[in-house]
Design a protein around this ligand. Sequence first.
Ligand code: IPE
Ligand code: IPE
Ligand code: MG
Length: 255
Amino acid sequence: MAAAPPASIPRHLAVIMDGNGRWAERRKRPRAIGHRAGARAVNVCIDFCLDKGIGALTLFAFSSENWGRPEEEVGALMKLFLNALEREVDELHRRGVRVRFIGNRERFAAPIRERMDNAEALTAGNTRLHLSIAASSGGRQDIARAARALAADVAAGRLRADDIDEAAVAAKMALADLPAPDLFIRTGGDHRISNFLLWQLAYTELWFTETLWPDLDAALLQEALDDFAGRERRFGLTGAQIAKGPQQSTESTAA
Ligand code: IPE
Ligand code: IPE
Ligand code: MG
């Protein structure tokens, strides 16, 4: 991760990239054109994180539920994924980005799965930006998978049911090795989580914008960061406790 950015910069940014379809429909174009424009906006977002020293970026690219869209749209998205994996990974590697995919990889066709594996292997040693792409991903599925893994540990005698606490669950969730997202951004005007990172977003600051994802620019992302910098994160404590500094808050939440 980037060396000690100021506290007003999120360590981990999580983004729902929404509004591609409407962007195209407003132009009387097929929705796939919006997804293609959306792929360009992904680069804007990655560039911004590299520029600001944000250490981790998680992008919601395709939800577990998006498989239910019309076949034609899902097909167009799969083609775009494949193209993006072919086109972008070397450049991301060159720029020190570690790429990882979270979600149910089994549902993708073999050529996509292979390229996902290759991208992860190629970039595994990079530390400048930890980029996680949530694809065929859902918060509820992630929680269910963690529960299954814990149940398997109990069945195998590696874990006692009584020892299942927050930390044990957290360790089985996607992105367990990263700090929880500090800031969440959703474009496209809807104010909901849509089954993204349910566990990890518990204390994340939420920021919504009407701007459609393909229209994203650095100025908009800066607006989100400026808003984030002015917020007081209390994690259940009082403002006075937070003002005393992190020592106090760590002791209080450890109880
Ligand atoms: C987000 O844009 C991309 C995916 C869900 C794959 P949408 O396709 O949801 O765009 P809108 O919300 O319909 O405009
Ligand atoms: C969330 O957007 C998923 C992604 C951006 C990948 P959706 O467009 O699928 O969410 P809903 O259907 O509006 O809740
Ligand atoms: Mg949408």
